[in-house]
Write a protein that binds this ligand. Structure first.
Ligand SMILES: Nc1ncnc2c1ncn2[C@@H]1O[C@H](COP(=O)(O)OP(=O)(O)OP(=O)(O)O)[C@@H](O)[C@H]1O
Ligand SMILES: [Mg+2]
Length: 270
């Protein structure tokens, strides 16, 4: 039997990375699931926190709704400790804090709380030694849930879909990151930009990729995630694409991305 218990030999607190873009359907959840799986395959201990009321990361990892009773909502409002909400996935080394339907009301409830942007950060403090990486899957909004993720995070990763309006709204996201740095979390870094759903038959994809690289320079990962039907099929089987079809172009791209991310992490962290 595989050992699913979290272990982080180095016992340094995990590096927390928020995967955010207020635009919907750009590949945040797909990136969270598959990047985390590829990292876990290299023996990293990884935790995904599903902070989206849609719960797509939980579903995409095959987690039954009955197993989501204690979830990110309870962690966020301080009703449960992180460890109480963590469940093992079928992937050795990959754990998940699932999402729950209560999360959709959390935004309104949190308004009543002191330091409401800091709730997740406080809940994670002291519980991060078991992991090397924590990836937070954010909802498609710059709401209080995403703000909590950005305040809790060391770095933010932004997936951008290779389509005509890719850069629209990005300046708003960049300004939000800047505001979070100034007001709440001075150490927040832009970890990187990931180009997703690249269609090599479409000249527009090349044009968008070039524009994004002009704008963000070497923050943009060299690895580009191709549009690949296997990637979109995998969640309905409750599996990362790396398990669903390890040899498809999407799976290979996420494996490359993980090695690029880990290399950049070594450079950023020294
Ligand atoms: N590389 C890809 N190739 C083909 N389909 C993809 C790819 N990446 C993501 N998809 C599909 O595109 C849709 C949106 O992806 P995903 O759910 O990851 O985006 P998201 O940014 O998390 O969306 P939301 O904003 O709703 O949370 C999904 O149906 C997903 O399966
Ligand atoms: Mg999503």
């Amino acid at each position: 039997m595989a050992d699913h218990s979290p272990s982080n030999a180095a016992a340094k607190p995990a590096r927390v990375i928020a995967i955010a873009n207020q635009k919907g359907g750009v590949g945040k959840t797909t990136t969270a699931i598959n990047l985390a799986t590829a990292m876990a395959a290299t023996k990293k201990s990884v935790l995904i926190i599903d902070l989206d009321p849609q719960g797509n990361a939980s579903t995409g990892l095959g987690i039954d709704r009955n197993a989501r009773e204690v979830n990110s909502y309870h962690v966020l409002i301080g009703e449960a400790a992180l460890a109480e909400s963590v469940i093992a996935t079928t992937i050795p080394g990959l754990h998940l804090v699932p999402s729950g339907t209560d999360l959709s009301g959390a935004e309104i409830e949190l308004v009543e709380f002191d330091r409401r942007e800091h709730r997740l950060r406080q809940s994670l403090a002291g519980s991060l030694d078991a992991y090397d990486y924590v990836l937070i899957d954010c909802p498609p909004s710059l709401n209080l849930l995403t703000l909590n993720a950005l305040v809790a995070a060391d770095a933010v990763m932004v997936p951008l879909q290779c389509e005509f309006f890719a850069l629209e709204g990005v300046s708003h996201l960049v300004k939000t990151i800047e505001r979070v740095r100034q007001a709440f979390n001075p150490g927040l870094e832009l970890q990187g930009i990931i180009l997703t759903m690249f269609d090599k038959r479409n000249n527009l994809s090349d044009q968008v990729a070039a524009d994004v690289r002009d704008f963000f320079g070497d923050k943009v990962y060299k690895t580009v995630i191709p549009r690949n039907v296997r990637v979109s099929e995998a969640p309905s089987h409750g599996k990362p694409v790396l398990l669903y079809d390890m040899k498809c172009s999407g799976a290979e791209a996420y494996i490359h991305l993980a090695s690029e991310v880990l290399k950049r992490e070594r450079e950023l962290r020294g």
